[in-house]
Design a binder for this molecule. Structure first.
Ligand code: NAD
Length: 359
């Protein structure tokens, strides 16, 4: 019998779809004021990183009276002190909504404020990391990153304007794009996937990988950044609707134990995870390869090739990890029986060893 879904033959699932509005298109930033009005939002505090303050000010101008200020202090991994300053600022200006403009760091800071003050977020993403589509928040205290899920932090509306990604340097574009690809892969082997998340994941993976090939090799044409952002939207939606799997567990263990950069850690670990999943989940790897038009033997090398073309590291050793760190990291890998039942401790060590030195 022909399977009814791309992955599963039996239809038995719960599908959670994100509520909210997604506006996508070049120059849609111009519709930001209308987006807030449609959602009934007022007194918006704009949140961005210091590097994107000019963009934050542009959004402030576009919002006019609906804006109560710009908080340009977002940094990576949302330190608790940074969150406390943003919460104090939001209280000082009596903000009733938040507009997060930027990558995962700006959106992450808005989520920390939303978690505390129950304010609705409108997100304007400028990287491909995908946080705008998820109910996942993260905060760092004394070097330890804590994450959680709350529907309160998922943006109520997202404005995707691909022109805003034109300034994203190639290296960052490819790193955040591979992060998005990892969300899609994880959704395909998630225990709570649905036929819908599988379709979104494959379409997202196809769109983002095709675009990244050209961005990484410097042959991007008009429309390729749009396709990458379109893929990032779908991949982020998959992460928001399913349980994070082995890839994210390994990234958090490596990144958290050794304080390595987020996107680069994902970039290095994803090919190693896909290599092992070829033995553990061959059917899913075959479906991914079909979507990407890559032979299963070449999948990991294709992703490493993307990273190398964008001058990104392809081994954890390049990021500063040593052989002596391996046991410390593996001690911090906590496999949950529900999400990782087919992975063993030996699989973890094998995968991290491949990621450490390359294949
Ligand atoms: P980022 O937000 O840290 O941005 C990196 C730098 O790039 C910043 O200085 C930023 O100002 C700059 N930048 C962003 N967009 C730009 C553009 N278009 N042009 C020029 N410069 C630009 O990077 P990221 O990879 O988007 O986010 C990483 C963070 O997001 C991590 O903390 C990660 O844990 C988090 N994240 C969270 C989720 C989630 O669901 N909660 C998902 C993915 C990532």
């Amino acid at each position: 019998m022909t399977p009814l879904s791309v992955i599963d033959e039996e239809l038995d699932f719960t599908h959670r779809s994100a509520p909210g509005t997604v506006r996508f298109g070049r120059n849609t930033l111009g519709a930001i004021s209308e987006t807030l009005t449609n959602e009934g939002l007022v007194r918006a505090l704009v949140i961005c990183s210091p590097e994107q303050k000019a963009l934050g000010r542009r959004v402030e101008e576009l919002l006019g009276d609906a804006c109560v200020g710009v908080h340009a202090k977002a940094v990576v991994h949302v330190p608790v002190e940074t969150a406390a300053t943003a919460i104090a600022d939001a209280k000082r200006v009596s903000a009733q909504s938040l507009v997060a403009v930027g990558g995962g760091s700006a959106i992450g800071l808005a989520k920390a404020v939303a978690l505390e003050m129950a304010l609705p977020i409108v997100a304007v993403p400028t990287t491909f990391a995908g946080s705008e589509m998820t109910p996942v928040w993260g905060m760092t205290e004394n070097g330890n990153k804590q994450t959680g899920r709350s529907p309160q932090v998922r943006p109520v509306a997202v404005v995707y304007d691909p022109t805003l990604t034109d300034t994203l340097p190639t290296r960052m574009a490819v790193a955040s794009g591979i992060n998005a690809l990892a969300h899609a892969a994880e959704a395909l082997w998630a225990p709570d996937r649905s036929p819908v998340t599988s379709l979104l994941a494959l379409e997202g993976a196809r769109a983002i990988t095709g675009a990244l090939q050209k961005i990484a090799h410097g042959t991007a044409e008009p429309g390729d950044r749009d396709r990458a952002l379109y893929g990032a939207w779908l991949c982020g939606g998959c992460l928001g609707a399913t349980t994070m799997g082995i890839h994210h567990v390994l990234c958090h263990a490596v990144g958290g134990t050794l304080n390595l950069p987020h996107a680069e850690t994902h970039t290095v670990i994803l090919p190693a995870v896909l290599q092992l999943q070829r033995q553990r989940e061959p059917r899913i790897i075959n479906v991914i390869c079909e979507a990407l038009n890559v032979a299963p033997d070449d999948l990991a090398a294709t992703i490493r090739g993307l990273a190398a073309a964008a001058d990104l590291p392809i081994t954890l050793a390049e990021l500063g990890m040593h052989d002596g760190d391996l046991s410390r990291v593996t001690d911090n890998v906590h496999l949950s029986p529900a999400a990782h039942k087919i992975w063993t401790a030996a699989d973890v060590t094998q995968t991290l060893t491949v990621a450490l030195h390359g294949d």
